[in-house]
Design a protein around this ligand. Structure first.
Ligand code: PMP
Length: 460
C-alpha cells in the first residue's frame, strides 16, 4: 500500500528537499538573465506628470493650491492657516453641515450604535436606520426603493459595473464624473461619449449604434459640476424610451440645489421622476454626510443589494453618517427657504461677475459658478492670490476641463452673505488684472507650457 499524502499536500521528504534548496544562497541556476523589472513607484506612467508639476511649481515658487487644510467646519467661511476666509470650496450648499439638529442626530447615532456597523449589511451590518433612510430617499423620487453605499463614488462604480457588461453599451456626456466613467470601464461595456449637453449628438449616436449592443445605459449629471449647467431631462426621457435604454441621472450637485424645493432635476424640469430608471446621489454635499445612493424600481434595488460588490463586500453606512444625512434630508424638505436663498445668492454672484466682465461660461444659476480664466497656471496663481486676499476658491485645470478653459470654480451656498459675494467679485476682478502681467512673465519663461504639458501627460 502506498502512503501518498492527502491531495494538495507535499510528502515530507519532497518538502525537506525543497526547503533545503530554498535556503541555499546565491541565484538559482535557472534565474532569467539580466531582465529588469520596474518596482519603483516613480516609474509608473502618470508619475511623469507629478515630476513635471513639482519641477514647474518648485522652480517658480508657486505653492500648490491643492490639499489646503481647514481648521474646522468649512461652510460659507472657513479657517485656513489660522486665518478666517470667505469660502467658496464647500459643497455644503444649504448650510446643513452646521445645523444643530443634524449634528445632534449624528451624536445620538454614535451614542446608540457606535462609530461603525463593522460589517457588510448582508451579514451583520444591517440596522433599522438604513431602511428608514432608504425609504425616505425613495419617497423623494416616487421610487419603489433605494440603496445606500459608503460613498457617492462607490455608488456609481458599483452600480454601473454591475448593471452592464461586455455586450452592452454606455452612452455618457463628455463631462460625466470620473466615478461613472470608472464604473463603465470596469463593466467592460462599450463606451460612447457625446459632446457636453449635446442631445442631438446623443440621438445621432443612439440611431447609429444602439442596435449593435444588448443593453444600453445613458448616464448624465443633473447639474454639471464643472460648469453649473443642467441636463434637458424631458428630451433624455424621450430618447431613452425611443431607443430602449436605461437612463441614469447623477444628482450629486442637484439635490438641495435644483427646483423650487431643491428636489433636483425632475422638479426643475417638471418631468415625472418615475420616468428615470436610476436616480443617483451623494450624501457628501447637501446632505452633510458621507455616502451615496441609488433610487429606482424594486427589482433594481434588490438586484444591486445582492450583486453590487461595493455594497455586498463593503461595510454598511455608519450610524452617524446615516442619521445626519436622514436629518439633513428632513430639514431640506422642511425649510425650502434655504434653497431659495441659495438660488438668489447664485444669481447675485453671476450677475455681479458678468457685470464686472468675468466669463462665467454656461452657469445657469445653481450653486456652481466657474470663472474661466484660460490657462492652468493662471488659475493656480489666481487661486493662491485670492487666498492671500481672504477668499478660498480652487482652480480646475486641464485635463479636468478642456485645454485653455482652466477656471476658478465657486461653490455658492445659501449661507453666503451678499457682502461676501460682492467683495469676492471685487477682489477677483482686481486680482485678475494684476495677475495678468505676472502671468505674462511666467508664460514667457515657459512655465505655462510646462504645466500644460504636465497636465496633458496625466491624461493617459
Ligand atoms: N458624482 C458627482 C457628479 C460628483 O461630483 C461626485 C463628487 N464630487 C461624486 C459623484 C462622488 O461622490 P462622493 O464624493 O460622495 O464620493
Amino acid at each position: 500500500m502506498t502512503t501518498s499524502p492527502p491531495s494538495g499536500r507535499m510528502a515530507a521528504d519532497t518538502k525537506a528537499a525543497l526547503l533545503s534548496r530554498m535556503r541555499q544562497t546565491g541565484a538559482p541556476a535557472a534565474a532569467p538573465a539580466e531582465r529588469h523589472y520596474d518596482t519603483a513607484f516613480s516609474t509608473l506612467p502618470g508619475f511623469e506628470q507629478l515630476k513635471l508639476m513639482r519641477a514647474a511649481t518648485g522652480a517658480f515658487g508657486i505653492p500648490s493650491p491643492f490639499f489646503r487644510s481647514h481648521d474646522g467646519r468649512a461652510g460659507a467661511t472657513s479657517i485656513i492657516d489660522g486665518k478666517e476666509v470667505i469660502n467658496f470650496a464647500s459643497y455644503d450648499y444649504l448650510g446643513l453641515n452646521g445645523a444643530p439638529e443634524v449634528l445632534a442626530a449624528a451624536r445620538e447615532g454614535v451614542e446608540a450604535f457606535g462609530c461603525s456597523v463593522s460589517a457588510s449589511r448582508v451579514v451583520a451590518g444591517e440596522r433599522g436606520f438604513h431602511r428608514e433612510f432608504e425609504q425616505e430617499l425613495a419617497a423623494l423620487y416616487g421610487a419603489d426603493d433605494a440603496i445606500v453605499y459608503v460613498s457617492g463614488h462607490a455608488a456609481n462604480v458599483a452600480t454601473i459595473s454591475t448593471l452592464v457588461g461586455p455586450r452592452d453599451v454606455v452612452f455618457h456626456d463628455e463631462l460625466m464624473h470620473n466615478s461613472a466613467i470608472v464604473g463603465a470601464q470596469l463593466s467592460r461595456a462599450h463606451r460612447r461619449w457625446f459632446p457636453h449637453n449635446d442631445l442631438d449628438a446623443l440621438e445621432t449616436l443612439l440611431a447609429a449604434e444602439r442596435g449593435n449592443f444588448g443593453r444600453a445605459l445613458i448616464v448624465v449629471e443633473g447639474n454639471y459640476s464643472m460648469d453649473g449647467d443642467t441636463a434637458d431631462l424631458a428630451r433624455l426621457v424621450e430618447l431613452k424610451r425611443r431607443f430602449g435604454a436605461w437612463l441614469m441621472v447623477d444628482e450629486a450637485h442637484s439635490l438641495g440645489v435644483l427646483g423650487a424645493r431643491g428636489h433636483g432635476l425632475f422638479e426643475k424640469t417638471g418631468v415625472d421622476p418615475k420616468a428615470v430608471d436610476i436616480w443617483m446621489g451623494t450624501l457628501s454635499k447637501t446632505l452633510a454626510s458621507c455616502g451615496g445612493y441609488i433610487a429606482g424600481a424594486q427589482d433594481l434595488v434588490d438586484y444591486l443589494k445582492l450583486s453590487a460588490p461595493g455594497f455586498v463586500y463593503s461595510v454598511g453606512l455608519s450610524a452617524p453618517a446615516t442619521l445626519s444625512a436622514l436629518s439633513a434630508l428632513r430639514l431640506l424638505q422642511r425649510e425650502p427657504e434655504r434653497v431659495a436663498r441659495l438660488q438668489a445668492n447664485t444669481a447675485r454672484f453671476i450677475a455681479g461677475a458678468q457685470a464686472a466682465g468675468l466669463d462665467t461660461g454656461q452657469a445657469e444659476g445653481y450653486a456652481i459658478v466657474p470663472v474661466i480664466v484660460g490657462d492652468s497656471l493662471k488659475a493656480a496663481v489666481l487661486s493662491n492670490r485670492m487666498l492671500e486676499r481672504g477668499v478660498n476658491v480652487l482652480p480646475i485645470i486641464h485635463p479636468a476641463v478642456p485645454n485653455k478653459a482652466a477656471r476658478l470654480r465657486f461653490f455658492v451656498t445659501s449661507e453666503h452673505t451678499q457682502e461676501q459675494i460682492d467683495a469676492t467679485i471685487a477682489i477677483l476682478t482686481q486680482e485678475l488684472n494684476e495677475t495678468g502681467a505676472f502671468i505674462q512673465r511666467l508664460a514667457s519663461s515657459g512655465l505655462g507650457d510646462m504645466l500644460e504639458s504636465a497636465a496633458e501627460l496625466g491624461k493617459v
